[in-house]
Design a protein around this ligand. Structure first.
Ligand code: ATP
Length: 392
């Protein structure tokens, strides 16, 4: 088995994560043309998480899933799942990996189940390949079908089940050999929305009740309301993440909050969301300014200006969903400071002063110099939105 050893002299990237993609590259050669399906993608998934990977058609989702499921080998970079090095697996390793370490739910219901076996027999089949005793196979199949809300339909063949029921049986099949992770590729793509919700409820049961790590790949951004974390990929790279959490307000009402993060890779690269770029006319080249607790990103044509040292620091405004149809002064992406008064802007709230997160001995003036255009972030500075994640 080609498992990586944990004993390295320095801490490995994502050492404690269940899934690690580090600068993953997949280049397809089509005649004389190279297609870069994955262009240095980074991804970490912890054990026990349920996440969605979203992206438009052609963004690289299927390529990523093929790599993670052991069907394809990346061109460069690193990919590990549960300690298995996906770039260095032998053929035999790959079979073991696909049989016992990962489970799959595909979009096409027909691809998940054998049509001539009952639901119960379908769930028992992977266990037979894995050498599980007959009695135990039956017991576990019954447990899994019950967990998926399919206890009373185990004797039916796939053709006697609805599309949503077939997908719930498929989840039970994927769980049969107690895999480390389940990959679901557009599992609700062929279903209506209410049936799709049932399938997501079954995936959540697999995650929360049976402890499986679940990765759902989809083009549907609305999925972010169904999972804890949504990772958006764009042009073969991780672009943004939306983390969903619940919050109880002062009146005792539970609110769901989506916090959107830009993903910063180890080389300091990040993608600015399109609505931010459009709103401020940011393209080709931008100017960066390091402030005590954030980095300002400026339109290249914006005049350089000095900010008074005692100027109040405002919280980041939510970016507009659509670019405003008017001239917007070049604006500091994090502070909201602008070159001149914006007659359309609502009155700015006066926030409490924020403490600097920089180390005490950090020389911000030296760091602002031209020699140090890229600086490490010392703390995340998420933009908070109470709305669904928006992509391009
Ligand atoms: N076998 C292949 N040979 C050549 N190019 C490929 C191959 N597979 C994918 N690509 C290209 O790689 C890029 C990413 O494709 P991929 O299928 O991963 O995207 P996707 O996000 O899954 O899209 P969709 O949602 O439409 O399935 C696309 O430009 C695609 O044309």
């Amino acid at each position: 088995m080609t498992q990586t050893t944990a004993a390295t002299s320095q801490v490995e990237y994502g050492a404690n994560a269940l899934i690690v993609c580090d600068n993953l590259v997949r280049i397809y050669q089509v005649e004389n043309i190279e297609v870069q399906a994955l262009q240095g993608l980074d991804l970490l998934v912890d054990k026990g998480e349920m996440i969605a990977i979203v992206g438009q058609s052609g963004s690289g989702k299927s390529t990523l899933l093929n790599v993670l499921s052991g069907l394809d080998v990346p061109t460069a970079g690193a990919a590990r799942v549960a300690g298995w090095d996906l770039l260095r697996m032998s053929h035999a390793d790959r079979l073991t990996y696909r049989r016992s370490v990962v489970g799959f739910v595909w979009q096409q219901t027909a691809r998940n189940l054998l049509p001539y076996l009952s639901a119960r027999e379908n769930v028992m089949l992977p266990m037979a390949f894995d050498g599980v005793s007959g009695r135990r196979r039956g017991e576990r199949a019954d447990e899994l079908l019950a967990a998926m809300g399919m206890a009373d339909k185990g004797a039916r063949r796939p053709a006697q089940l609805s599309g949503g029921e077939q997908q719930r049986v498929a989840i039970a099949v994927a769980l049969a050999n107690e895999p480390e992770v389940i990959f679901a590729d557009e599992p609700t793509g062929e279903l209506d929305s209410s049936t799709g919700d049932d399938v997501f409820a079954a995936l959540r049961a697999a995650n929360q009740e049976l402890g499986a790590t679940v990765v759902v790949v989809t083009h549907d951004h609305a999925v972010s309301s169904q999972v804890q974390r949504t990772v958006a990929i764009r042009d073969g790279r991780t672009a943004t993440e939306v983390v969903r959490r619940t919050h109880v307000d002062d009146e005792g009402q539970t609110q769901t909050i989506h916090e959107e993060y830009a993903v910063l890779d180890r080389a300091g690269r990040m993608q600015l969301p399109k609505d931010y770029r459009d709103a401020l006319g940011l393209r080709d080249r931008v100017r960066l300014e390091l402030e005590p607790d954030h980095v300002g990103v400026w339109n290249d044509t914006a005049p350089h200006r000095e900010r008074p040292a005692e100027a109040p620091v405002a919280q980041a405004p939510a970016a507009p969903a659509t670019p405003p149809q008017r001239d917007v002064p070049a604006q500091d992406a994090a502070t909201g400071a602008s070159d001149g008064p914006d007659p359309y802007a609502p009155p700015a709230p006066t926030p409490p002063p924020r403490a600097s997160k920089l180390p005490e001995n950090f020389d911000i003036d030296a760091a602002r110099g031209d020699d140090a255009p890229y600086l490490p972030r010392t703390s995340p500075d998420p933009r908070t939105r109470n709305e669904e994640a928006q992509d391009d």
